[in-house]
Design a protein around this ligand. Sequence first.
Ligand SMILES: *Cc1c(COP(=O)(O)O)cnc(C)c1O
Length: 358
Amino acid sequence: MSRVYNFSAGPAALPEAVLKQAQEELLDWHGTGMSVMEMSHRGKAFMRIAEEAEADLRELMEIPDDYKVLFLQGGASTQFAMVPLNLMGRTGRADYINTGSWSKKAIAEGGRYGEVKVIADTAADFTVPDADSLEISPDAAYLHYTPNETIQGVEFPYVPESGEVPLVADMSSTILSRPVEVSKFGVIYAGAQKNVGPAGLTLVIVREDLIGHAPESCPAMLNYQIHADAGSMYNTPPTYAWYLAGLVFKWLKAQGGLEVMAVINERKAEALYAAIDESDFYHNPVDPKCRSWMNVPFTLADPALDGLFLEEAAKAGLETLKGHRSVGGMRASIYNAMPEAGVQALIDFMKEFERRHG
Ligand SMILES: *Cc1c(COP(=O)(O)O)cnc(C)c1O
């Protein structure tokens, strides 16, 4: 068996230590004689797994007590609808910032439930708006933004100041990559398959006063109140993904927590951007002030070499580097689980490829 360095944007690489632990526990979790996959979600064993995962996440992110943590399904895409369904009702309108592909989808979905105002739009420019240029509508039920645009590789270097207006963040591709001050947010949500665990689990961290405002017509499965009241067990939750996310939380704690991860993630990203910037052969399109630590798109001077680059990279054990079709070129996703050695292997390969083909 040989493992590759997997630069997939999502589902993405998981820490090898976590996969090994899951393997060890696969047939018999802690002497229960059964796999976590086979357990009742209401049984004692799984309840312990679920509670520990939540406690570990709360500790890692320092989530205040007046926030609920929900372990849901449906991906971040379902949150594009759940957020307006649960929050928009207060005023019937909401503000959005458009910085790229995922913002756009959130905006389109939000528009089904009320009046949506795009207060800043930098989606075509690989940048983010200046913090002091944001004019938030006083009657907005919330301000939605995407702290990290997974496809464009654009990451906010600041948290927007939204005052009394609740701030909603799609943190799918940046959650747990660095510390955040949760109290600045009304809702944080994230599909798990980038930086948390396997696909199938969606994390929602929501301030309690924002729960309970969905209309009567809101489907039960889309109502934060119902999931919060049921401890995320209104129906069968994605038990195995929840368990695996719990192992990732413990792994993050063992690494030293989010402050340590931030140092490592910044170092990984800086090394890769430096390699791109010091060459005329590779190019990153993103405004340097808001380059993502997690997703690094880059193009080759000659796009005719793209196929060869991918082929030779794969031979060198560097997988899933093809860029999103909307940006072209390559994209290296370097989430928490990507070791520094993986980034260095990519940099070495890029230099060698340029030497031979540049
Ligand atoms: C991947 C991603 C999504 C979509 O997530 P799903 O879980 O597939 O619905 C939404 N927003 C961002 C920022 C993403 O990276």
